[in-house]
Design a protein around this ligand. Structure first.
Ligand code: CA
Length: 224
């Protein structure tokens, strides 16, 4: 899951970024509203966290521009405690949720999970394909009831694939959602991580869930 942070206070931005990266999300940061809009138009983000008071383009204008272009990325706005009317305007302009500063990082992470859950249409949040189960709240992954230990990147890749079960995922799609802007497209890092996941998820099981789609990419499905 790839998240955009648009926040001009470097301390706040890097605090949020670190917390999200520890939770396995891929994160890009913009400190300017105009740049933030360009990023949100260029990359299919799974979520955007948007400060309202921004240089360049105010957060509210950025949000309106996104919605005017039918970009449906869930948006969480950050507001100061005094900005009640801004909060209301933000929600009216298409924000999905808000958080007032200062906020606890645990609350921010919970709201991020809730927004991603809502976007995926599954109220419980638990992802399941056959006997493979992933809990985004705890990061626990099991196959046939056995715990599977994954690194942060392996987990992020598996979560993205499980949220898109049955769809062919091309390497560009995977890199857009699982890696951030520092991703080097000339490496075979995706194929390497797929092989790590196969070792941990499929090895020793009769039914394999991760499939190569020749010439296209990869797919996670039980029906193949
Ligand atoms: Ca600000």
């Amino acid at each position: 899951m790839r998240i955009l942070i648009v926040e001009d206070e470097p301390k706040v931005a890097s605090f949020i970024q670190r917390a999200l990266e520890e939770e396995s999300y891929a994160v890009d940061v913009c400190q300017d509203g105009t740049q933030g809009l360009a990023f949100a138009q260029a990359v299919h983000y799974d979520l955007a966290i948007l400060d309202l008071m921004l240089p360049g383009l105010p957060g509210l204008e950025l949000l309106k521009a996104l919605r005017a272009e039918k970009i449906k990325t869930p948006v969480l706005i950050l507001t100061a405690r005094s900005e009640i009317d801004q909060r209301v305007k933000g929600l009216d302009a298409g924000a999905d949720d808000y958080l007032t500063k200062p906020f606890s990082i645990d609350e921010l992470l919970a709201r991020v999970r809730a927004l991603l859950r809502r976007a995926s249409g599954d109220p419980s949040g638990i992802l399941q394909v056959e006997d493979l189960v992933l809990n985004p709240a705890t990061h626990e992954v099991t196959r046939t009831g056995q715990r599977v230990d994954l690194t942060i990147k392996e987990y992020a890749l598996l979560e993205y694939m499980m949220r898109n079960t049955g769809r062919v995922l091309t390497r560009p799609m995977i890199s857009q959602h699982v890696w951030d802007l520092d991703f080097d497209t000339f490496t075979n890092v995706i194929d390497v991580y797929i092989s790590y996941l196969r070792n941990k998820i499929d090895r020793g099981h009769d039914r394999h869930l991760i499939h190569t789609v020749r010439g296209s990419g990869y797919m996670l499905t039980a029906h193949r």
